[in-house]
Ligand binder design. Structure first.
Ligand SMILES: [Zn+2]
Length: 344
């Protein structure tokens, strides 16, 4: 916005820090470094109120971008972060996500548990498998909030899905709902587009090489709009850990070896969704939901590098191109259960 001062008009930088855990904000300042990469550039420290609001004057600068630095005291509930913002973006209201150091699970069967959070663990790649948090054009991948529960169709036009398979599948789906504390999956019968998404399609397919295979497809903003699960056979469809793992893929989560997880890649580690999985999943779903708001300029990816330990040039302001252009997730392959883990 421009002031009514004619040639000496000024512009205001305004915005809000958004605590992903919805708690009051304390121990956090916002520093604006005006010189882009220059270490000699001016910096302003803007106070932040308990609702996260900040504001200050926009300086007249030559650089194309500035750094917004979340300066968090050691005692703060939140992580520090360092976010590059283009000069042209400054006159519009900005929202910056604050990542809590611990996630308190507020819903579901693990409600009340507190789990330490490390954004870099969520983004750490398992070689050959990607990371738990998937990123598309700096958006965390997930379903649009209004998509839940996602309609899921068990297809009967291929190899037979028995009543026992169906019961086992839906028991596991309810366990994922109960772990995550929501209603994410609902039985469906037709495959026609529903709202802005397609129902998830589940089949038995003996041609697949592993225990199960899930595809999810998302748009440029990281919104998933279709998914499909293939199980090798009834045996795999009746193992809760296999079904829970595939349903977590459907929700948009990839593999991790960073914590004890249903999403580990080893076939000897088949297990149900864990407390830590739930904490990271709830955090990432909150980030995805906030990222529907175009005023959000960042927070999670940028919280992975402590500003005091990395010079600005080492902090990526964009993800690699293949992440931006890949609209179709790579296949999630799983070895046949019983395969030796060294074959992976
Ligand atoms: Zn998998």
């Amino acid at each position: 916005m421009l002031g009514p001062l004619g040639p000496i008009g000024f512009a205001l930088l305004t915005g809000r820090l958004v605590a992903l855990d919805s708690q009051p904000i304390a121990g956090v300042r916002l520093i604006v470094e005006w010189g882009g990469q220059s270490v000699l550039a001016a910096a302003d420290t803007l106070p932040v109120d308990s609702t996260g609001r900040f504001g200050g004057l926009i300086r007249d600068i030559a650089a194309d971008s500035v750094w917004l630095v979340i300066d968090a005291a050691a005692s703060s509930r939140y992580d520090a972060a360092r976010i590059a913002v283009g000069k042209a973006r400054l006159s519009e209201e900005m929202r910056v996500l604050l990542v809590p150091k611990r996630w308190t699970i507020r819903r579901g069967k693990f409600a009340g548990a507190q789990v330490p959070i490390d954004p870099s663990a969520a983004l750490r790649r398992v070689p050959g498998y990607g990371a738990f948090a998937r990123v598309s054009a700096r958006h965390i991948v997930g379903w649009m909030p209004g998509s839940f529960p996602i309609p899921v169709v068990l297809r009967h036009d291929g190899p037979r899905i028995t009543t026992a398979d169906s019961i086992a599948f839906w028991d596991a789906a309810r366990d994922v709902d109960s772990a995550l504390g929501g209603h994410f999956f609902v039985p469906w019968t037709d495959t026609a587009m529903y709202g802005r998404i397609f129902p998830v399609d589940v089949r038995i397919d003996r041609r697949i090489p592993g225990a199960a295979l899930t595809f999810a497809t998302w748009d440029a903003n990281g919104n998933i709009f279709e998914g499909t699960i293939r199980f090798h056979g009834s045996r795999e469809m009746q193992i809760p850990g296999v079904v829970e793992h595939e349903l977590m893929h459907v929700l948009g989560f990839g593999h991790t070896n960073a914590w004890i997880s249903a999403m580990q890649t080893s076939s000897v580690d088949v297990r149900d969704v864990t407390e830590t999985d739930v904490a990271y999943a709830q955090l990432l779903m909150a980030v995805h939901e906030w990222q529907q708001d175009s005023l959000v300029v960042g927070g999670l990816i940028e919280a992975t590098a402590r500003p005091e330990t990395l010079p600005p040039k080492d902090v990526p302001s964009h993800f690699p191109l293949y992440e931006i252009t890949a609209s179709v997730a790579p296949r999630e392959r799983h070895p046949r259960l019983g395969d030796s883990p060294d074959r992976r």
